[in-house]
Ligand binder design. Structure first.
Ligand SMILES: [Zn+2]
Length: 334
């Protein structure tokens, strides 16, 4: 029973091999004929070959022309296919980029609307609109929400067992940054978060500028610090030590670079951070300076652990993971 089956297998294998080698041989012969036919002097050689009669010569010359024609057709077809592939992949690439851009825009808008910290979102129209357009009414905290956040912050500060510090802060803008109301809402939520500086005993009260009368000057003198949303090009006007690439703190001025607010930094994003988290980081870090902290006082205790908020995470994570809140070891105010 087994033997005939094996015999049959061998026979099929042999005929397969024979068929394949036949095809290969034919291919080789065709290639050789094609190469011969494509030679510029092929026709001349056939014409001068006196060993065959004229009918054979004519037949060979016809074969040469046929081979050349086939070659031209095949090459043209291949070129057409190649052009088609390039065109399709270019078109697919463009439509993917469009899709990705619109998805980003949509997610940015929904993030802004859903965000508890009510942070503004960059739009493509202009940098000024970053603090305006996507900040619909849902991005602005109600008085009730502000009261709740402030109450939680105070509770956290009291529970910390540390000396209580209440900071009054003002908010302003410099350059083409639009309305700063949404920025202020974000600042209020971030600074008074139960994950933030309240754990070191700090709470933050917003002192609003009055737009009329003499109280504008008065309110600024009441501020322990002013958080300024600044257009990148204005950063140097605060201090030579400030960079157009980053945010900065100069005495009681905490200056947030609009470009960084809108798009974070590539190091931060590459390490897995998001723009929304970066906004918390930059507020906590720069205000951390105002509370007495220095850059890079510490690094993460274990490789891959959360980076201290005072580490310059905008520049490098140094092997730590992105972190926007002060670590336990950073919970002090000088
Ligand atoms: Zn710093």
């Amino acid at each position: 029973m087994m033997r005939p089956f094996l015999e049959e297998c061998r026979r099929v294998t042999r005929s397969c091999i024979a068929a394949i080698s036949k095809v290969v041989k034919r291919c080789i012969i065709s290639c050789k004929a094609m190469i011969y036919a494509l030679h510029p002097k092929a026709r001349e050689r056939v014409t001068q070959d006196k060993s065959v009669d004229s009918a054979t010569r004519v037949s060979r010359i016809r074969k040469i022309y046929r081979a050349r024609k086939t070659f031209v057709v095949v090459v043209s077809a291949l070129l057409c296919v190649l052009i088609l592939i390039v065109a399709v992949s270019a078109f697919t690439g463009i439509s993917n980029r469009h899709r990705a851009a619109s998805t980003r825009a949509q997610s940015a808008v929904s993030t802004s609307a859903a965000s508890q910290s009510s942070t503004p979102t960059q739009t493509e129209e202009s940098s000024a609109s970053a603090t305006q357009s996507s900040s619909g009414s849902s991005s602005v905290l109600t008085q009730q929400q502000r009261d709740n956040i402030a109450a939680q912050a105070l509770k956290t500060a009291q529970a910390s067992g540390k000396t209580l510090h209440q900071y009054r802060y003002c908010v302003s803008g410099k350059g083409n940054v639009g309305d700063t109301q949404v920025f202020e809402n974000a600042v209020f939520s971030i600074l008074n978060s139960t994950q933030g500086w309240p754990r070191a005993g700090a709470t933050f009260e917003y002192i609003a500028h009055e737009s009329s009368s003499s109280s504008s000057a008065d309110s600024s003198t009441q501020c322990d610090m002013t958080l300024i949303m600044a257009e990148a090009s204005t950063m140097k006007s605060f201090s030579d030590g400030c960079s157009e690439d980053y945010s900065c703190r100069v005495n009681d001025e905490v200056i947030i670079n609009l470009d960084r607010w809108n798009s974070a930094t590539s190091d931060w994003l590459n390490a897995g951070g998001t723009v929304e988290r970066y906004r918390k980081l930059v507020i906590n870090h720069e205000v951390g300076h105002r509370l007495g902290h220095l850059d890079n006082e510490a690094t993460c205790s274990v490789s891959g652990g959360p980076a201290p908020v005072m580490q310059q995470q905008s520049i490098s994570l140094r092997g730590c993971s992105p972190n926007e809140w002060p670590l336990d070891s950073e919970l002090w105010i000088s």
